[in-house]
Design a protein around this ligand. Structure first.
Ligand code: GLN
Length: 303
């Protein structure tokens, strides 16, 4: 299969879907991004990269950062985090408040906002600079030292973070935060505001397709830990649309409201797509369609 031809073809196939959906207007800086952009990159385990469309344009990775924060926490102190966060699909929007109260301050999974705040809290405890730790990992694994936090996006999100602040305060009231609410919120907002391209992200995710082994050959995660992160991505990575994503794409994946999605073909490759128009659950409409096209045409899914 000629992957480059396939990606070029997907860019053409996906064109009619560009601009569908809504950009993430609740973070004004993201609401303003031109919705008719689309990029796709594939990085293979042996270092090949194939890319097409707007694959080199940096975008806000948003919740995709939650995968890397979780990887660092699992690498740093093993399974302890699972006492503070469940690993079940939520069936609710990523920023929902109701479930957290029903379940006494233990978030459903590490990829909804409440769960990610707990993971980032732990990463603050381990590293003192959670967003910096995520940034270092992403720079090293992508090989791109110019990856950085987009401060305009961070400020925009900080000014509109009432929901995440309420989740964090509720977690604190249940004794499920180790650090001050504001420190956790700042770290979370900064990690979400990292800007990267599809190619950067596909490269940086390769350890998830390589049994946890980093680009320099050292292990970040054990093979079982990598299996578990991929499993949680499959069941929870696209929120209340995780069932639909598994049905259409058939791969572990993680989306962000910047319009990016990463997907993992274990022991083979990673795929990163980006297009800013989001569906009801906050996943890129054209991005999901492109991944559906990719796995359907290549047969590269876990099913
Ligand atoms: N920073 C965003 C938020 O907290 C991340 C959400 C997302 O990408 N799904 O609302």
């Amino acid at each position: 299969m000629d992957i480059q031809n396939l990606l070029d073809d997907i860019v053409g196939t996906i064109k009619p879907q560009l601009g569908q959906g809504e950009t993430a207007r609740y973070i004004p800086q993201l609401g303003d991004v031109a919705a008719d952009q689309f990029g796709i990159s594939v990085a293979t385990g042996d270092g090949e990269v194939y890319a097409s469309g707007d694959s080199e344009v940096p975008f806000s990775i948003q919740s995709i950062s939650k995968v890397f924060a979780l990887a660092l926490v699992l690498a740093g102190d093993g399974d302890g985090i699972w006492k503070r966060v469940f690993r079940e699909p939520s069936g609710n929007p990523f920023n929902s408040l109701v479930q957290l109260e029903h379940e006494d301050g233990i978030p459903r999974n590490p990829f909804i906002n409440a769960g990610a705040l707990v993971v980032t809290d732990r990463l603050v405890s381990i590293t003192q600079d959670a967003a910096g730790a995520v940034l270092d990992l992403l720079r090293t694994e992508s090989g791109n030292n110019s990856v950085q936090i987009d401060s305009a996006v961070a400020q925009s999100e900080a000014r509109h973070s009432h929901r995440n602040a309420s989740l964090a305060h509720f977690l604190a009231s249940c004794g499920n935060l180790e650090n001050p609410v504001q420190d956790v919120l700042d770290a979370y907002i900064n990690q979400c505001s990292l800007a990267m391209s599809c190619t950067d992200l596909a490269l940086a995710s390769r350890f998830l397709a390589s049994n946890g082994i980093c680009v320099d050959g050292t292990p970040l995660l054990s093979s079982p830990q990598t299996k578990r992160i991929n499993a949680v991505m499959l069941t929870c990575g696209t929120y209340d649309a995780a069932g639909e994503f598994a049905y259409r794409v058939g791969l572990p994946g993680k989306s962000g409201v910047g319009g990016g999605i990463i997907a993992v073909v274990p022991n083979n490759c990673t795929i990163s797509v980006w297009s800013p128009g989001l569906g009801r659950s906050g996943n890129s409409i054209a991005g999901v369609a492109a991944l559906d096209e990719f796995t359907t045409r290549t047969g590269l899914s876990i099913f």
